[in-house]
Design a protein around this ligand. Structure first.
Ligand code: ADP
Ligand code: MG
Length: 707
């Protein structure tokens, strides 16, 4: 988390407004929360009071039902007024402690396991009247209540007999502890200045922030838990507005810095296109033209190139990079992994060389003298093109005149890294490429209103992939099919899952599969996984792409882009453990050559509802955009790309599956604000600053030029 006060960037005040101090204080400042509980609360919601305020209830318990015992319904939560009768201590430890209670219409037994008799005689003295609330059960023909939630005096009736919010928990925290902490947190929540447009707020009938927050924590009926209530919608809109406003500020900051007009004469591009063994698709032509037009303008480009796996983004990137070179400048492309950077380099180098353009590869693996030589050629301008990983924006890497930065598989980098690369040159244009088809809604949250070029059409001659879904028990048949495919000359990717939480087990499983397959097919079987040394990985990949290896057992390291056109079969073990988008990406690694490809998705039974739906969608369609939309629907945005490091913001109140319309409204509102009051100086602007801090978009505030 960024601490505004220690934020080193920005000359002027970027300090959190004082009005928010009570919210940005650690939860340990709440009554009853010490360091031990604080750890659990941090895990549950976050470290500060504000995090508890935004931890909304997921259910409710209605304690208003107060029947007499004669009519009390079993299974319901009830608040009973009882006369305490005899205590019955158990004979053995295993038996529960029982207290018989009465009202004028009947009796009920209160049941306690592992009881502390002293405590129970104190809170339930024989002969006293007590208010007892909990779930009524029928046991052996009589009424009983096991471990009542509340036991109190009749004076506490108003406090107990109400609807109680139920909160999501984490191990070690009880409903009672969380409920109390949230209540205390809410007491600290101040009234905040209104940052919403009054007309918009009125149109929706929304309360002010403070009232909406309280309302969201006080459900009276089940319907009040819906994300569509006025209270929750308002809070969700606030969150989305903070997100969109922050993005709009970053964007304006980039746009404001003057760009430069880059126009090539086409000579390098011509040579390159002629050297290609294929014709560009019209989608590629169109994207290149769009990008060139924006590079030619004297504003800063920040554009997204979106295209499904295999749609040919790399070629688009190369062509626009060459246009920068034609204009006498340099261009760089940055990939998220070594393997992918190498892949790009391999594709681009022969074409660059044919055009007479120097090209360098720079990754974290390059060290010492060799690295110095590369860095030197980029600094002198001798090499006009650079391909690499984040190694490209290490401190000592300088360019002679970088005009265009292409960032591949963008969602794996953060916003800051994106900005870092632009600092390597003077008015650098940025093109972001993403292979993951991202639904429009998610795009907006991650990039704001960013110009987009899309490659909707795939190169001609691609054959549909035959996708089948099979239980793991049929592994034997799958191996036989693999044998037949290899006999017919096919190359096979065999994917095993690998996730951090179970890395050791997963690695062992991949090793074992490699050993099993090698026992049958001998040295034609290779292995590559993320834990191998870089050189070993390269060797295995090269052997698979170019020669002796025909079946490559791999963990997901190949997921992001290795191109082996001869690979026509893919087996995915434990397909149920992969995300939909991830499976789509994986599958995109085959079906690139001219032979018909097949993909076998093996699952472990029994298959859950969602996993089944996911695999069905993959069998039905190869359309990345449709797959992405379905994924969003099935899993919700937070999970869509699997991990936190996906670079997509995670929302706490907003749910993109239901609040898409609010997102669009927030985008429009943010752009209106930026146009009218770009430095947030008006009253509403000042309130919006509070909003940015409230949702910890502190970093965006530094882009304001004064105030
Ligand atoms: P992406 O990065 O979008 O997944 P690539 O740029 O890696 O796709 O291209 C996938 C494959 O398609 C590469 O082997 C590339 O050479 C080839 N390719 C690119 N454009 C075309 C085209 N217009 N016609 C035929 N093949 C193409
Ligand atoms: Mg690619």
């Amino acid at each position: 988390m960024t601490d505004a006060k220690t934020d080193r960037i920005g000359p002027r005040s970027t300090v959190r407004p004082e009005i928010l101090f009570p919210l940005f204080t650690p939860v340990t400042n709440l009554t009853g929360i010490g360091p031990r509980l604080a750890k659990l609360f941090e895990k549950l919601a976050g470290p500060n009071v504000v995090d508890l305020c935004l931890h909304l209830p997921s259910g409710l318990i209605d304690r208003r039902y107060a029947p007499s015992l004669a009519v009390a319904q079993a299974g319901r939560i009830a608040t009973l007024t009882l006369r305490v009768g005899a205590h019955q201590s158990p004979h053995t430890k295993r038996q529960p402690y029982r207290v018989v209670c009465h009202d004028d219409t009947g009796s009920i037994e209160l049941v306690f396991f592992h009881a502390h008799p002293d405590y129970l005689t104190k809170i339930l003295p024989e002969g006293a009247e007590r208010l007892v609330s909990g779930r009524v059960e029928v046991f052996a023909g009589g009424l009983q209540m096991t471990h009542p939630d509340h036991i109190g005096t009749l004076a506490e009736r108003d406090e107990v007999m109400k609807v109680e919010a139920v909160y999501p928990l984490t191990t070690g925290l009880t409903q009672k502890t969380v409920g109390k902490a949230v209540a205390h947190a809410l007491e600290k929540a101040p009234d905040l200045p209104e940052w919403l447009d009054p007309a918009y707020r009125k149109k929706h009938g929304w309360q002010d922030w403070h009232a909406a927050l309280r309302q969201a924590h006080a459900p009276g009926e089940v319907e009040d838990l819906s994300p569509l209530t006025a209270a929750r919608s308002r809070l969700a809109f606030d969150e989305l507005l903070a997100n969109q406003l922050a993005l709009a500020l970053v964007r304006r900051h980039l746009a404001k810095r003057r760009g430069r007009s880059i126009t090539g004469d086409g000579r390098l591009r011509r040579v390159t296109v002629e050297a290609l063994p294929f014709k560009l698709t019209s989608a590629q032509d169109h994207a290149v033209a769009e990008i060139l037009a924006e590079m030619a303008a004297d504003t800063r480009m920040l554009r997204l190139l979106q295209g499904d796996v295999g749609s040919g983004k790399t070629m688009v990137a190369l062509l626009v990079m060459l246009a920068a070179v034609e204009a006498g400048c340099q261009a760089a492309i940055m990939a998220p992994t070594d393997i992918l950077a190498r892949q790009h380099f391999k594709t681009m180098r022969p074409l660059a060389e044919k055009a007479g353009v120097g090209i360098e590869l720079l990754t974290g693996r390059d060290k010492g003298k060799a690295r110095q030589a590369i860095v030197g050629r980029l600094a002198s301008g001798e090499s006009a093109l650079a391909v690499g990983t984040h190694a490209l924006f290490q401190q000592d890497v300088e360019f002679h005149d970088l005009a265009l930065a292409v960032v591949d598989e963008q969602h794996r980098f953060g916003v800051h890294q994106r900005l870092d690369l632009t600092s390597k040159g003077h008015a650098v244009d940025v093109l972001v490429m993403t292979a993951t088809p991202i639904p429009r809604t998610l795009m907006l949250t991650a990039y704001g209103d960013m110009e987009t070029s899309r490659l909707m059409e795939k190169p001609a001659g691609r054959q549909a992939i035959d996708t089948r879904v099979l239980p793991l028990e049929r592994l034997g048949e799958v191996t036989d099919a693999a044998a037949r495919a290899m006999a017919a000359g096919a190359k096979i990717f065999w994917i095993c899952p690998l996730v951090e939480e179970s890395e050791a087990i997963d690695l062992a499983a991949a090793d074992q599969r490699h050993a099993d397959l090698q026992a049958r097919f001998g040295e034609r079987v290779g292995l590559v996984h993320g834990r191998m040394k870089a050189a070993e990985k390269d060797a295995a990949m090269t052997a698979f792409a170019e020669g002796s290896i025909d079946l490559l057992v791999a963990t997901t390291v190949i997921e992001v882009g290795v191109d082996v056109p001869a690979a026509s079969v893919m087996v995915v073990e434990h397909a149920e453990r992969f995300g939909l988008a991830q499976l789509h990406q994986l599958r995109g690694r085959i079906g690139r050559g001219s032979t018909r490809s097949s993909c076998l998705l093996l699952y472990q039974s029994p298959l859950g509802e969602t996993a089944r739906a996911r695999l069905r969608i993959l069998r039905e369609t190869d359309d990345g955009f449709r797959i992405a939309e379905e994924d969003l629907r099935l899993r919700g945005a937070g999970e869509l790309l699997g991990t936190r490091q996906s670079g997509f913001p995670e929302f706490r109140v907003a749910d993109l599956a239901v609040h898409a319309n609010l997102l669009a409204a927030a985008r429009d509102d943010a752009s209106l604000v930026i146009n009218r009051d770009p430095d947030l100086q008006s009253d509403r602007g000042t309130a919006l600053r509070v909003l940015l801090y409230l949702f910890e978009r502190d970093a965006a505030v530094r882009f304001l030029s004064s105030g």
